[in-house]
Design a protein around this ligand. Sequence first.
Ligand code: HEC
Ligand code: HEC
Length: 444
Amino acid sequence: MRKVLPILTLILFAVALILPLSSPQTVESQTATEALTTDMDAKTDDLFNGFGVKGTPIDECVNEPVAPTARGNGRFEDNKFIFSERETIADGLGPTYNDVGCVECHQSIDVGAFGQQMEFRAGHITNGAFVDAPGGQLIHARATDSDIVEHISTAETVKAFRVVTSTLGDGFVECLANATLENNVAAQPLAQRGTLTNVPVVEANNALRHGRFGWKAQQASLLSFAGDAYLNEMGITNPFDGFGGRSSNAADAGTNENPASTAEGVINVTFPSPFDPVQDPEDDGDDVLAFADFMAATRAPGRQNPIPAAAVRGDSLFTQVGCAVCHTRTLVTAAPGTLINGGAFAVPAALGNKIIHPFSDFALHNIGTGDGIVQNAGQGSANQLRTAPLWGIRGRNRLMHEGLNVTIFDSIQLHAGQATTARNNFNALTAAQRNDLIAFVLSL
Ligand code: HEC
Ligand code: HEC
């Protein structure tokens, strides 16, 4: 009995020391709960996270899908169907485009996730600054007429491919408060500290918010990204397409097609040009609402189940060598009701106060892989990229922004610049430890 007490005191003391360390999300986590996750198996019907109404799968022979009229007032299954539709020229497809439907590129493991397609961006340097290729930096792969297929000249010396990123769980990411991202970045050591972008929210009169979506964190809201994608990937003009930096309030929002950059110069292909038979806007915005709400209502990618023993061993190594500095393990979404997206969207109950494990800080870093392309975060972002979220990474095998890497090992070796220390620490591990760390990454 006499020996038990001091031991007990010691144990209690140790527990008191460890407790605050193991729950770093102090205030928020008191009410926060883990976000729902999908098992990353397309055969399981578990994508819906509870944002809005689920509805029933659409059978077109029985009923047409109905799009939302404002964010959150539609049905998940209808939105998923609209996200999965293939568009035609009569719907406004093209004149220049990359593919015929969102799901063509965002499909594996499940609707909304990954694809092996790559976008192509190009431009040149004038007086030390990146300048878009004539007609725009996005060079479309396809067109509805061979006369307007885009061909850049050799003057465009800055060129980059970008592979598809997954949208699963992005509703939670949208609901991360600016301050949460700021506090997270502020806690990073100076040498590795990330840069948060400030990008316009098209549906909020271009109010600025920290970007979080895309390889350059070039968008902050799912509605803005979806409007941009409908025009840039499919050629479908809509009020949220942000063409020329327009907000959705602009009188001429949604009335411009991307010009075609051809060998004979830049051609305006907007209706009533001979290349475009459909009056603009080609979508009044309801499809875009459906896309945004579908993505917002998807669950976060869940861990491999069961987690292999090697991955369990590699878990602490990931933090130990410094990967988690940028690939942030845990963030908590804003409380339900919080106004985000420049005031255009209130955090819904299903997405608020949720603990997520994105393995990203959603900030830009220079890790030596920069592609020189500047989107909307200024010239300083030319060689920076967003820390790639690693959740769900086991579901894809085309890695890094160009999608030209096929192993985790090689991806780590490409980490230089701000990630040099982490890479060197990784290389200093034993071969068995390196394999465990890779097994951990592939269990996310
Ligand atoms: C031709 C293939 C293609 C099509 C079609 C496509 N996308 Fe994408 N999508 C991409 C690529 C490539 C990226 C990464 C782009 C980047 O960041 O430069 C991406 C990224 C995204 C992201 C950002 C996800 C994240 O968290 O980083 C969203 C959201 C998105 N797409 C929505 C859509 C919607 C909505 C549609 C349909 C209107 C669509 N996409 C159609 C290729 C495509
Ligand atoms: C200084 C910040 C930083 C650190 C530290 C860091 N990363 Fe990254 N990581 C990034 C950025 C930025 C990218 C995207 C780079 C690109 O695509 O060009 C990335 C991409 C990746 C990718 C590719 C993901 C994909 O979707 O294609 C993997 C895998 C990865 N990191 C693993 C690791 C591992 C493992 C470590 C530790 C050894 C680590 N990273 C350390 C910033 C960092």
